[in-house]
Design a protein around this ligand. Sequence first.
Ligand code: SF4
Length: 369
Amino acid sequence: MAAVADRTLEEIRDKVVAGERLGLDDGLALLESDDLLALGELADLARRVRGGDDRVFFVQNLYLNQTNVCRVKCKFCAFAATQKQEKAYTITPDELVEDAVAQHELVPFTEIHMVNGENPHVDFGFYLDTIAKLHEALPDVHLKCYTASEIHHMTTLSGLAHEQVLRELKETGLGSLPGGGAEIFADRVRRLVAPGKECPDIWFHVHDTAHRLGIPTHCTMLYGHVETYEERIDHLLRLRDQQDRTGGFLAFVPLAFHPENTVFERRGFTFQTGAEDLKMLAVSRLVLDNVAHVKAYWISLTMPIAQVALHFGADDVQGTLVREEIFRAAGGTTGTEQKLEELVRVVRAAGRVPVERDTLYNELRRWDP
Ligand code: SF4
């Protein structure tokens, strides 16, 4: 059996070196392989064959969640609340801006990453007002805000089409979209974990529209719950097809599911192991051959695994994340803030060259050996 698996990895290596695309069967063979170190080496090879070098990127960023009130009730979510719950909150645009400006005086972040619940008690003006005020107060900070699900939510609040919502947000100061809301695209999984969430066609339509309007976006996958390996590869292939069409994904972020404080904890689900996380990163790099960057999101992985991930196809450790609520609500035990010096130290210790980037991957600072 081992010989068959090894031979499959050899065949896949030949494809990677020849610049051939990997298919569903290749992806499954990779996920089913237990040869973790070979997977890492193969993913690193793919990264280099496709133009990657020793640079590892990170951004100084601030995470904001303006409201946790959400109508959707995804089963994996420990963050959302109904309006009546004690933990529910909605921050006004003015309060949010005041807080962001105060944080910026302490840490010179270049990006705000903001995602929220789908709050039915606000209107589209709330979002426009927020972006306008943030942009006015911090004009040099890139605003990476609102998942595809939230953009779709704004269309239901306003009666506007995706294109019109995105155009107005862009004109107001929005820079890009984060990749959340993708979860796992397969219908079977979505029915089980997020029955109230928009269908994948809508997620893709929002990203497609954003790319065509010149708004870059990010893409994600939430893995490690009820999905099969086949459904994971199907997810990656759908993202790859979209990237072929519009080319607007800046980076892919595989997100390990955290079960704490969700119904899955009561059903006995546990955290992913480091080996599974590294395997998923490697396979993402190998299959997604047209997305330039794969992120090792240290908040979800822990910093030691994120560091090892730099040899499993990842070339980005995300950011300094001055604050993060969503993974913490689901039992994330890492801190939510990483000092720039510590990120540099971790990347260097992995034998790579740390590069501070902006959201669009322009180099701002490099720490040569
Ligand atoms: S994942 Fe997002 S959409 Fe789903 S319940 Fe949580 S906040 Fe709402």
